[in-house]
Design a protein around this ligand. Structure first.
Ligand code: NDP
Length: 245
C-alpha cells in the first residue's frame, strides 16, 4: 500500500455499514482516513483498529453532520491530526425516517434533510477550500436508488437523495477545471443495519435477486476517489443489482 503523502480522506458516518467499508477501502488505497461517527464511538474505534492493523492510518472523529459546526470541526480535526489537507470527501452519513406523506411530520422531514443533504452541503463547501488550493479533490456523495426512482413512504429521504444528485452535478460544473471531481453513488438494497427490517420478499424486485454488500459500494467509491477516475465528473453510479435499470 503506497500512502498518499499529501492528502487525507474523510468519510462521514463510517462507524458501520457502507461508510465503514468505504473507510477501509480508501485506507487500502493508501489514504489516511478520518472515520466520522455520530454516536457509535466503539464502532468507529473498531474501524480505526482494523485499518491500523492492516498498516494504514486512521482517526475516529465524532460529530453530528446535521449540526452547523460539524464541517469545520471535522475538516480541522482531520487536517490537524494527519497534517495534510482533506482532498477526498465521502458524504455517506445518512438516516431514514419513513412515513407516508400525509402523515410525515415536519420534524421527520427536517431531520432527514439536515442530515442527508445540508450536512453534505456544508462539508463540501468547507472541503473545497483546501481542494481549490491543491487544484485536486475527490467528492463522492452517497445518494440512493430512491433519489432516482420513487419508493412510497420516503418523500423526505427521496428529496434529500435527489437533492444530493443535483448538488453533485452543480459542484462538478463549478470546479471541474480545478482538477476536482464530484460524483454520486446510488446504492440499491445494501445489507446493513439500515435495511435490517426490510421484508426479504422485496428482493424479487431486484434483477440480481440479492442484496448488495457494503464492500460492493465501497469499491465504487474507491474508484471514484482514484486517479483513474480523473475524467469522471457529475456521474451517478448505480450500485443496485439492476434495480434502477
Ligand atoms: P447505517 O444505518 O448502517 O449506518 C449509518 C452511518 O451513518 C452510521 O455510521 C451512523 O453513525 C452515521 N450517521 C447517521 N447519522 C449521522 C449524523 N447525523 N452524523 C454523523 N454520522 C451519522 O447506514 P448504511 O451504511 O446502510 O447507509 C450509509 C449511506 O448509504 C446512507 O447515506 C444511506 O442513506 C445510503 N444508502 C444505503 C442503502 C442501503 O440499502 N443500506 C441504500 C441506498 C443508500 P452512528 O452509528 O455513530 O450513529
Amino acid at each position: 500500500m503506497a500512502e498518499r503523502p499529501d492528502a487525507c480522506a474523510l468519510v462521514t458516518g463510517a462507524s458501520r455499514g457502507i461508510g465503514a467499508a468505504t473507510a477501509k477501502s480508501l485506507a487500502r488505497d493508501g489514504w489516511p482516513v478520518a472515520v466520522n461517527y455520530r454516536s457509535d464511538a466503539d464502532g468507529a474505534a473498531a474501524v480505526v483498529a482494523e485499518i491500523e492493523a492492516s498498516g494504514g492510518r486512521a482517526v475516529a472523529l465524532g460529530a453530528d453532520v446535521a449540526s452547523p459546526e460539524a464541517a469545520d470541526e471535522l475538516l480541522t480535526g482531520a487536517e490537524s491530526h494527519f497534517g495534510v489537507p482533506v482532498l477526498a470527501l465521502v458524504n455517506n452519513a445518512g438516516i431514514a425516517a419513513d412515513n407516508l406523506i400525509s402523515m410525515l411530520g415536519d420534524e421527520e422531514w427536517q431531520r432527514v434533510i439536515d442530515t442527508n443533504l445540508t450536512g453534505a452541503f456544508r462539508l463540501t463547501r468547507r472541503a473545497l477550500k483546501s481542494m481549490l488550493r491543491a487544484r485536486f479533490g475527490r467528492i463522492v456523495n452517497i445518494s440512493s436508488v430512491v433519489g432516482l426512482r420513487a419508493n412510497p413512504g420516503q418523500a423526505n429521504y427521496a428529496a434529500a437523495k435527489a437533492g444530493l444528485i443535483a448538488m453533485t452535478k452543480t459542484v462538478t460544473v463549478e470546479v471541474a477545471r480545478r482538477g476536482i471531481t464530484a460524483n454520486a453513488v446510488a446504492p440499491g438494497w445494501i445489507d446493513t443495519d439500515m435495511t435490517a427490517d426490510v421484508e426479504s420478499e422485496l428482493l424479487s424486485h431486484v434483477p440480481a435477486r440479492r442484496a448488495g454488500t457494503p464492500e460492493e459500494v465501497a469499491a465504487c467509491v474507491s474508484f471514484l476517489a482514484s486517479d483513474a477516475a480523473a475524467y469522471v465528473n457529475g456521474a451517478v453510479l448505480a450500485v443496485d443489482g439492476g434495480l434502477a435499470a
